[in-house]
Write a protein that binds this ligand. Sequence first.
Ligand code: 6PG
Length: 265
Amino acid sequence: MIGQNEKPPFLETFRDRQALIQGAAGKIVRLCVRAIEEKGRFAVALSGGSTPRPLYALLADGLCGFIEWSRVHFFWGDERCVPPDDIRSNYRMVRESLLDKVSIPSANVHRIHGEEDPRATAAAYEKELRSFFENAKEDGPPVVGFDLVLLGMGENGHTASLFPGLPAVTETVRWVMAQYVEVVSMWRVTLTPVVINAADHVLFLVSGADKAETARRVLEGPVQPEVLPAQAIRPAHGQLLWLMDDGAAGRLGKETLSSRGDQNE
Ligand code: 6PG
């Protein structure tokens, strides 16, 4: 069920992972250029995990000439509570694939300090977000939020570090929360749907047949975000985009596949 202000999701499929990454990179560059033209900056929350690594590398190696890096602000959608040089760190993955290859002011890289106390880190990151974005009310979403939030999806339907059954999935006030995640036996810091759903664009990047059944449940099944946290992502005014390869889209019905949503992205 689409809320009265919500736009239908934009869904695009690609023959394989490489085509998916290339398609996503092109879309992100277009969103970046437009945001910089319209607002003078492009504020993006990056996803962790393995799927986006080649995307970040392509943006740095192949498309960097199209991006005015001094106008780009990088945030993270979530972080593992480990040091920034830990192999599990989402910051380390982005640094290696992207940040080390482009000249971007250090002040534009808004790292989540996974090496510090999780709850203090969540509070500090929320403070940093609130000082970066206009916020109409102390207990509300940003009036002008991210230009883009990039998300992945796990086989259990988690996104960012919004995992099934955890309070952050249904949080209605805080923008950032720390959670101990049993299924991965670690603390995580994550953006909540409050700030994600205030974004102008939210882009799910999903690859692989192992995610096809979960994608079908998320996009076509009953709405139950506590079970499938990716369903908690419903931008209030922005555009929701799903970019998937044919493997991940393999269980979707014809009606979903034909719902191309807003083609002007
Ligand atoms: C993380 C991510 C997480 C990820 C999914 C998919 O910190 O791991 O933010 O939400 O996007 O788990 O991960 P893959 O891209 O590795 O399948």
